[in-house]
Design a protein around this ligand. Structure first.
Ligand code: J2J
Length: 539
């Protein structure tokens, strides 16, 4: 396995293979099988572009050869920062075939995140669109290129400027050895447990299993049309079952740039979409918009909702409005995936986040002393299994904080379990704000703010919010007197540092001092209570 990654112990490897969970096929090889089986059927729809399975397969081969000509090879890290486009799918499969390792950045990321990711991964290449939603990604690339010594190539989908155009890369396919299915295929970005976001290595065989389990659970077939409105580079939309699940089944993937009903609903009608995956705020927006829409949404059979807590009342409203199957999803880029099943009762799908998908997902709920809690009680969720990581990439010094000695991943989530084995997410102990499914690491935002000369101390916490579930609230202690317009200036400062928009605090408050715990750390329990009171006063 790639240096810097933690392998499953041998007894687990043999068990997962013996039980048929892990197959001897790489992700790039799987696309070859799917293309052979589904050949002339439509695989991808992106605006007016339509690619068949054969076309996607050929493009992946020709691009793989192009990346090789650029000097990339097995094990090289490539930060892929593309929006939901057909090119995204072709690029990642090309890299899979070459054995180069895509690192999935989200479209909302900016210079700060990309620079961090490229340096952390020691990336040799960075793949971008020319421009997306008003941002020139080539400018991000210029800055990152100047800062990260390992970075050699920037590849641009669209107008390349001084860089290499993606279209120029397509060339005669060449024979490439199939990567070892047990090796890392790509990296996902962690939503954060503690500290800065970390990289999650996913292997070909563990991820293929994840896709197979979730596609089977959701009942994907050749007749599935999956609408991708969340970022395809996020685990949920990529492979739970998402884009890969639909391709595996021989279905059709429709790529959309956002979940805005003005864009999504006409696509549902035009492409006869049968399934899509949403985060809770988007589910609320869709439920409202569906009441008055003139578009025909009757093709929808299944709506998945996950990424953050989905209130029972909202779930029931959604069921009533759409009259299709609702599936709750509690997943994480680190692995574990719990989902309700289409055959579950209305109570189960509106009140729980479903059951772990593999019979070999070992889930423990423990108290602060690490003992299993009683049936029905809430505990810290630990997990070990055939598609859950055994260690973050190059994170030796934090390993003991994120994993138990016997290899359980400490998720930082609090959950309880019903007698039927369904999980209910109750909260979390990790220092992350879950802003409607988008994860904001408090440490990361605090670090940026502390870099401002006027800021002496800062504490970033979640405040409750009706639409997003949570919003980000920053408590700031200024050096000297707070200047007029100070919060506007801090917002501008974060923008200048290239921090993604969704991480900019929604609320600000100045304090003389931060409340402290007995050991002198910022008392986040008190700060959260304060943020909640403020939110109740001015929603
Ligand atoms: C409460 N919290 C949830 C839920 C995730 C499917 C769905 C989501 C993700 C995802 C994913 C939640 N209720 N239903 O990868 O495949 C919070 C938990 C979890 C963290 C993981 C998938 N579903 N969460 O959201 O890696 O705190 O993955 O640990 O972005 O989101 O975040 P992420």
């Amino acid at each position: 396995m790639l240096a810097g990654c933690v392998e499953w112990p041998e007894e687990f490897v043999s068990r997962y293979i013996a039980k048929g969970y892990w197959e001897a096929r790489s992700l790039g090889g799987l696309l070859r099988d799917w293309a052979r089986e589904h050949d002339g059927r439509t695989a991808l729809v992106d605006g007016e572009q339509r690619w068949t399975y054969r076309e996607l397969d050929e493009r992946a081969d020709r691009l793989a050869a192009g990346f090789r000509n650029l000097g990339l090879g097995p094990g090289d890290r490539v930060v892929v920062h593309l929006p939901n486009t057909a090119e995204f799918v072709a690029v990642v499969f090309a890299l899979f075939r070459l054995g180069a390792l895509p690192v999935f950045a989200l479209p909302a990321h900016r210079h700060s995140e990309i620079s961090y990711l490229c340096a952390y991964a020691q990336a040799t290449a960075y793949v971008i669109p020319d421009e997306h939603q008003g941002t020139d990604f080539r400018k991000i690339a210029e800055r990152v290129l100047a800062e990260v010594p390992s970075l050699r190539e920037v590849v641009v989908a669209g107008e390349p400027g001084r860089f290499t155009g993606l279209d120029e890369l397509y060339t005669e396919p060449c024979r490439l050895p199939e990567p070892d299915p047990g090796d890392v295929a790509f990296f996902l970005l962690s939503g954060g447990t503690t500290g800065l976001p970390k990289l999650i290595p996913r292997t070909h065989r563990d991820y293929a299993y994840n896709v197979r389990l979730s596609a089977d659970n959701a009942g994907f077939t050749q007749d599935t049309t999956y609408l991708t409105v969340l970022p395809a580079a996020h685990n949920y939309a990529f492979g739970c079952p998402g884009v890969l699940g639909a391709l595996r089944a021989g279905g059709k993937v429709v790529l959309a740039d956002s979940g805005n009903p003005d864009l999504a609903f006409p696509l549902i009608e035009r492409e006869k979409v049968t399934v899509s995956a949403l985060v809770p705020p988007l589910a609320l927006v869709w439920t409202d918009a569906a009441a008055t829409t003139r578009y025909d949404l009757s093709s929808l059979e299944l709506l998945q909702v996950g990424g953050a807590r989905f209130e029972e009342a909202a779930a029931r409203r959604m069921l009533d409005r759409f009259g299709c199957v609702l599936q709750q999803s509690f997943g994480m880029a680190e692995g574990l995936l719990a989902q309700t099943a289409p055959s579950d009762s209305e109570d189960i799908v509106t009140r729980t986040q479903g059951r772990p998908l593999s019979p070999d997902d070992e889930v423990r709920l423990v108290d602060s002393a690490g003992r299993d809690v009683a049936e029905g009680e809430t505990g810290l969720l630990l997990v070990r299994g055939p598609y859950t990581l055994r260690g973050y990439y190059r994170a030796d010094e934090h390993h003991a904080r994120d994993f138990t000695q016997d290899g359980f991943f400490i998720t930082g989530d609090l959950a309880s379990r019903t007698p039927t084995g369904h999980l209910i997410v109750r909260g979390r102990v990790k220092d992350v704000i879950n802003r409607g499914g988008e994860k904001v690491s408090a440490d990361e935002v605090e670090g940026h703010l502390l870099a401002h000369p006027d800021v002496r101390d800062v504490g970033v916490v979640a405040a409750p919010d009706a639409l997003l579930g949570e919003r980000t609230c920053a408590f700031v202690v200024f050096r000297g007197r707070q200047r007029e317009g100070a919060f506007g200036e801090l917002t501008g400062f974060l923008h200048e540092r290239g921090v993604a928009d969704y991480k900019i605090p929604d609320r600000w408050e100045a304090l003389e001092e931060l409340p402290r715990t007995g050991v002198g750390k910022a008392d986040k329990v008190q700060l959260r209570a304060r943020a909640a009171r403020a939110a109740a006063r001015r929603p």
